[in-house]
Design a protein around this ligand. Sequence first.
Ligand SMILES: Nc1nc2c(c(=O)[nH]1)N[C@H]1C(S)=C(S)[C@@H](COP(=O)(O)OP(=O)(O)OC[C@H]3O[C@@H](n4cnc5c(=O)[nH]c(N)nc54)[C@H](O)[C@@H]3O)O[C@H]1N2
Ligand SMILES: Nc1nc2c(c(=O)[nH]1)N[C@H]1C(S)=C(S)[C@@H](COP(=O)(O)OP(=O)(O)OC[C@H]3O[C@@H](n4cnc5c(=O)[nH]c(N)nc54)[C@H](O)[C@@H]3O)O[C@H]1N2
Ligand code: SF4
Ligand SMILES: [Mo]
Length: 892
Amino acid sequence: MNTIKTTCPYCGVGCGIEATVEDSTTHRVTIKGDSTHPANFGKLCSKGATLGDTVSLENRLLYPSIHGQRVDWDSALNHVAARFNEIIEKHGPEAVAFYVSGQLLTEDYYVANKLMKGFIGTANIDTNSRLCMSSAVVGYKRAFGADTVPCNYEDLELAELILLVGSNAAWCHPIAFQRIRKAKENNPNLKVVVIDPRATASCDIADLHLPVKPGMDALLFNGILAHLQQNGRLDQAYIDDHTEGFAAAVSEAQHSAGSIEQVASACGLSSAAVGTLFDWFAHTEKTVTVYSQGINQSGSGSDKCNAIINCHLATGRIGKPGMGPFSFTGQPNAMGGREVGGLANTLAAHMDLDNPEHVDRVSRFWGSDKIADKQGLKAVAMFDAIAAGQIKAVWIMATNPVVSMPDADKVKHALQQCELVVVSDCIANTDTAQLAHVLLPATGWSEKDGTVTNLERRISRQRPLFPASGAARHDWWIISQVAQRMGFREAFNYASSADVFREHAALSAFENDTEHQLRDFNLSAFARIDQHDFDALQPVQWPVSAGHTAGTARMFADGQYFTANRKARFISITPRPPVNAPNADYPFTLNTGRLRDQWHTMTRTGLAAKLTAHRPEPFVEIHPTDAERLGLAARSLANIQSLWGNMLARVEINPGQQIGSLFVPMHWTGQTSSHGRMGAVVNPVVDPHSGQPESKQTPVHISTWPAQWYATILSRKPLHIEGAEYQVKVRGERYFRYELASTETGKDWRVWARSLLAAEEQHIDDNYWLEYSDQQAGYYRTAYLLDRELQACLFVGPNSELPEPGWLGSLFAKTELSRAERLSLLSGLPPKGETDIGRIVCSCFNVGEKSIKQAVQTQQLQSVADISACLNAGSGCGSCVAELKEFLPKPT
Ligand SMILES: Nc1nc2c(c(=O)[nH]1)N[C@H]1C(S)=C(S)[C@@H](COP(=O)(O)OP(=O)(O)OC[C@H]3O[C@@H](n4cnc5c(=O)[nH]c(N)nc54)[C@H](O)[C@@H]3O)O[C@H]1N2
Ligand SMILES: Nc1nc2c(c(=O)[nH]1)N[C@H]1C(S)=C(S)[C@@H](COP(=O)(O)OP(=O)(O)OC[C@H]3O[C@@H](n4cnc5c(=O)[nH]c(N)nc54)[C@H](O)[C@@H]3O)O[C@H]1N2
Ligand code: SF4
Ligand SMILES: [Mo]
């Protein structure tokens, strides 16, 4: 057995993992948190802890193909290189594009960016980070002169006030959130404020939740700035010595915000709550403002970031322990992407396309005279150009834009029309891969080899646990092979990821005077790193210059910024509401975001039954008052329609929503659902500075979807289902589950059930079928067994009250059902004496709702600690603690 230290491939927290390979042919591996890694000190959340369930060959893309025909690598690479060259020759370099991802390793990303910007000679390379933190990048660059994240995790622990603004860290950055929770236990003076239109799991530790009106955060922070001035809470010396532009910014803040009452009214908050926030901010030196997608994903996201940064500059709360404006990035290597300049408007090593000196420097370093000298198309504009036929070839790597882009149906049509679509992925059936002419199999997390940078600037190694599966290859290898075949042999002659990393580090150090820190991003310590040291690389925070090999924990301690005069800049902010306001036809604001146990388009987390159990189906959260007014019953299906598209989702009534707002998770795709791909609904307007889409605020209409019947199927084998417009497919432990519904009536249930559940079986013997039918009332239930082993069961009903899959699912673990089990099978409930655990709440220990309810009741449990002591629930990653509290008796 072989234990390897590596890094989690999901969120930007960047937790260290110790993986013990038990069997490398069957990909059996035990996953543990790395107790020495400074991001997590041994802890992992539910997603990280279940990585072992996602590394099988299931759904893997294993061989290259062209137009669906399997080919060898030579043919695939030659084809891509020749077609790109042909199109460039005929239509110019602007006719081609790459759309890449914060889930590539730094080495992959560096090579992709070098090929497009340095050698093809256009900056038409953009990344899914455009949808994620491009506004945060604009915010930092405008204020600091460089894209520098000033803070680190220790600042969260040293703070006395943490604002979580548009961040549901409890679910999206769970281990960072656990660190805050712990810090709060250790320091009762630490206050947490959540600013989010809806009540989220992060509110669990909040001293104050401000359910701000969607999109109004800039006004709120302008209010803070004005309040600081009015109350003499500025750090005038800091403003004078280290900043510029204060007068204009504060005057605009005064003008736009007005009194506390005016701010409260514009933001839909109580004056008392706004007053408390202002007061806490004014009087707490150690303040960290964490912000994420509720801020970035907005038509004015860049301005919102600067409204936040302004408040920190005005109080000098930056560059010191326990304080700072802290943008939480999402993807495991969102930061690495920024470092290599993967955005269409940046250049490698934190240099800029708009700066001729930078362009010249990089072109000399790369030895290319073709380097792009102007910005390329940003994601939304790039897909528009594909739709318009201006871009004729696109290579998509490690992202699934047919799901995650706004106006996603348009993106789908654009790719359908595009002359050449190349997709590199480790998974075979993604919505985007289905539209590819050329499919290239990339190595997956457990095989990859390189580096990622987490949200506190810490570079960590991802190390391979297994050799590459099938014909899969590393992304950097695939890109450099294509580059070589396009004619750029010398410049892409890499033999290992260490080769690429060394070059990337050398570029960061090239003409970068370490003493004067001309450019923030500097890895000069690694400019000559060899394979051995690369393999042994310990997690370290950049800059890591030759003189400071321990890295840099915190930036701007000396108040020196990366602008020409070394001063930070205030940006004058005029708050703007969302670009598209709700109106008579589309009266609701649709908010979109994440769930605890799923990662984006589920290509990997969807493989782990433990993770799909928490929330198996697309849903829409709505306030009880709105639901009642519109006659939307809980668990019924609703149609959500915008100007751009529609989706169907289960209604979940939730008083934590605002009246007039809806929330849907972003995770379901065309592979897992018929109508759950939310990107189709989302409006494509973007921030004018960053080009980041306004994914959190789309005006929509919601109405009942007139389902005539609902059905649930559990089947040992995956099924191809016809005859139900609404379908969702969920991975269970040993079965697949289908949730179905239709607006059509008049089906012969028996004929349908048998053709669906046992289509391939030659001899369908009636003896193997259990059946119950009440045609009149619209109920039909059947189960199909072979030698007393359950193969599939189907439940149809006139409403959405179908049996819970908990106990039924457990029957698939048995090779033989007892008589009692067979007798109760069609009731969907366990025989007397056996228990059903219900919907899974704690995925670490597989503890269900019903078990928790029962334990709380029978054993009179009073606290989450009691529940953990009794059932283990909540004692693993801790992400379910907020939910566990819901089961405890309410204080009277
Ligand atoms: N479990 C899980 N974790 C993840 C991911 C995942 O897919 N699954 N993805 C990772 C990635 S790439 C990212 S970028 C991060 C994202 O991490 P977060 O940004 O924390 O996640 P989101 O759920 O997208 O949005 C955060 C919150 O913004 C709120 N919001 C919406 N509109 C507004 C508004 O106008 N103002 C304010 N103040 N808030 C608003 C939403 O209600 C939501 O609760 O998560 C990372 N971590
Ligand atoms: N409405 C709305 N839309 C959103 C968001 C939102 O909050 N609301 N959030 C946005 C944000 S912040 C983000 S980050 C995006 C995320 O959206 P996407 O990037 O589209 O989502 P993923 O499912 O993470 O896609 C990653 C793909 O890369 C593949 N992959 C994984 N590892 C590798 C690898 O090493 N190499 C290769 N070649 N492929 C690999 C996976 O199988 C998967 O197909 O969605 C954005 N879209
Ligand atoms: S918090 Fe969870 S998803 Fe994020 S890096 Fe750590 S284990 Fe992975
Ligand atoms: Mo993201």
